[in-house]
Design a protein. Sequence first.
Length: 103
Amino acid sequence: GVVLWGDLSLSSSEEECWRLHDYLVDTLGPYVINVTRAAMACSHQQCHGHGRCAWRDPGQMEAFLHLWPNGSLEGWKFFSCHCYWGWAGPTCQEPRPGPKEAV
């Protein structure tokens, strides 16, 4: 689902409803799918499935996590791994013992 904030002008007429529909289907939907797939791919490839990609510098808003048509991973250099519980290291490949496993 999608939540859109704004006034009722988005649905003020049948034409406006169709315009919104076309935007969601042709623009926003494919973009969200691309970013979601890029996040999953980055987690799998960069973080070995044990973490998620996060901005190295959260203030760097021009860095986007996308899957580019040419297959380039160039934009991923702006992201680093934030490891899930139980994993450590720059690419989340080092098991980190939990409290019961600590020696």
